[in-house]
Design a protein around this ligand. Structure first.
Ligand code: ADP
Length: 305
């Protein structure tokens, strides 16, 4: 009988996104009458956990929310999508993370994030949770403390970091990472190289490899992604889709990459599938609502499954 593979662990943020539509941005001190208000559950960690659940995994999400109505709503929504929320704590003295988003009629937006409980997803909490079960693969981002990433890489499991939003990282982290998955902006911020063509992608990827990361995937939006490790350098194309909203393309990509690597697929195959998951996420409005199911992904991945 085949051994059961432990599910992916996702450590990261969970937020409530509060979105208001307005004819234009208010000036300082001004009130503008908006037209529509909507709430969405979000946060990169929660989105990436949902991406995995939609693809048929049952990821263990480690995170924190406040013991308030937003926090309880987030947990219930994650659970409904198929995320294991046993390690999401709703803490009495904390406030759920929020993102206040204003979208104007011309499509521009401003976002103010209040991290709240996400700042308390610290090494002690995560260590205590991880002592309770077996795991092979951990997916992380940077909306929760960097000290937690630093702690995880010492555990010698398959560590994947989506360095979003980009911030300076100690060298020790790069050395302990199996995978890093920056987009164009994050690549530029971290390496100083803007990945605009093969030469610059190669240069940026070399920076990460020299810092000790084993596999680098630079995600390039509609241009797919650039995968490099000590053996290969491949530009992996994505598929052409009718893009409506690019929100959560990166989250779909990262969730899929972690899930398919955890299933034992090779890096290139996992990246090709993750490209398609990212592409499909751009064909629908929203974040968690736009993440593709395994069947939807299979339908555009002939020869890859
Ligand atoms: P982020 O959302 O973090 O900025 P990207 O925009 O690079 O990340 O998207 C992640 C991946 O999703 C890309 O590498 C690509 O494979 C896929 N993708 C994103 N946008 C598109 C698009 N418009 N068409 C096809 N694939 C896309």
């Amino acid at each position: 009988m085949a051994a059961v593979v432990p599910e992916v662990v996702v450590i990261g943020s969970a937020n409530m996104d509060l979105v208001t539509r307005a004819p234009r941005f208010p000036l300082p001190g001004e009130t503008v009458l908006g037209s529509k208000f909507t709430t969405f559950t979000g946060g990169k960690g929660a989105n990436q956990a949902c991406a995995i659940a939609k693809l048929g995994g049952r990821p263990r999400f480690i995170g924190k929310v406040g013991n308030d109505s937003f926090g309880l709503q987030i947990i219930s929504s994650l659970r409904q999508i198929g995320v294991d929320t046993a390690n999401v704590f709703a803490e009495q003295d904390l406030v759920t993370g929020t993102a206040m988003i204003t979208v104007t009629d011309s499509g521009e937006n401003t976002i103010v994030v209040a991290g709240g409980a996400n700042a308390r997803v610290d090494p002690d909490f995560v260590n205590e949770r991880l002592s309770k079960f077996e795991f092979n693969t951990v997916l992380m981002q940077l909306e929760t403390p960097v000290s937690t990433v630093q702690e995880i890489i010492r555990k010698k499991k398959l560590a994947i970091l989506n360095p979003a939003p980009a911030s300076d990282l100690p060298d020790e982290i790069y050395h302990g990472l199996d995978w890093i998955t920056p987009n164009e902006t994050e690549t530029h911020r971290l390496t100083g190289v803007r990945p605009i063509d093969t030469e610059s992608c190669r240069k940026a990827a070399a920076w990460f490899l020299q810092h000790g990361v084993k596999n680098v995937v630079i995600t390039l939006g509609a241009k797919g992604s650039f995968l490099v490790n000590s053996q290969i350098e491949i530009h992996c194309p994505t598929i052409e889709v009718k893009t409506i909203d690019t929100t959560a393309a990166g989250d779909a990509f990262n969730g899929a990459l972690a899930q398919f690597l955890n299933e034992g697929r090779d890096g290139q195959n996992a990246v090709m599938l993750a490209n398609r998951a990212g592409a499909l996420a751009t064909t629908k409005l929203g974040a968690q609502a736009s993440l593709p199911s395994r069947d939807e992904l299979r339908a555009v991945s002939s020869g890859l499954f």
